[in-house]
Design a protein around this ligand. Structure first.
Ligand code: ATP
Length: 198
């Protein structure tokens, strides 16, 4: 089965688009959801995160998400350290999940794909883009967060301009009707590509 990486900046609409693919029968793996589960349930990960960020990173064996986010989004070295603990675990989990899927291709949604070289493990990539102002508005409307916090997270992601030339497909997600059309086109192309490669 082919692996298609789906990525885009914070608030671009990755999850919205992942759900459109899922509705057409494509198996979808959301890396961020799994990362959160692993942070909660893996003892090994907990010990490593505490060693990196200190005891306050967990209380009653549960991660202090706000505390962790505040530390890592202010310090690229800590963010890199946290990713180095969690990403390999997510990768193992994804491989196990992918083996169980029965479809021409599956989608792995990840906020960071080009930045960390993860795209190299994909057969194709889809980049979701939207204007920065719109992305910020969406996140502020969705989450109980501040503009500073959204901007901090954006600083850890590459600009769309840098990622566009690296992507196999680009979906511009502004108007939802147009987005749906683009998703259908990409799905058709991916299916024909998968079939022609069989
Ligand atoms: P994050 O990286 O923060 O998880 P994301 O890229 O997965 O974000 P979504 O959660 O899919 O983005 O979208 C962000 C918000 O914008 C959501 O509330 C979603 O419903 C809304 N949204 C996404 N696309 C559109 C659109 N085309 N029109 C209107 N609202 C949209």
């Amino acid at each position: 089965m082919k692996i298609v990486g789906l990525t885009g900046g914070i608030g671009s609409g990755k999850t919205t688009i992942a759900k459109l693919f899922q509705a057409m029968g494509v198996p979808v793996y959301i890396a961020d959801t799994q990362a959160k589960k692993i942070l909660e349930s893996s003892k090994v990960v907990r010990a490593k995160v505490i060693a990196l960020l200190g005891e306050k990173a967990y209380s009653n064996k549960l991660p202090n998400r706000e505390y962790i986010a505040q530390l890592v989004f202010n310090d690229p070295a800590l963010l890199g350290g946290l990713n180095a603990i969690i990403h390999p675990q997510v990768h193992i989990n994804f491989k196990q999940w992918a083996q169980k899927q029965d479809a021409p291709y599956c989608i792995k949604e990840a906020a960071i794909l080009f930045e960390n070289g993860g795209f190299a493990m994909c057969d194709a990539t889809i980049l979701v883009t939207a204007p920065t102002k719109l992305k910020i508005e969406r996140v502020l409307a969705r989450d109980n967060t501040s503009l500073t916090s959204v901007e901090q997270r954006m600083e850890n992601q590459w600009e769309d301009e840098k990622k566009i030339p690296m992507a196999s497909y680009v979906i511009e997600n502004i108007d939802l009707a147009s987005t749906k059309n683009q998703v259908q086109k990409v799905h058709k192309t991916l299916l024909s590509t998968c079939i022609s490669n069989l």
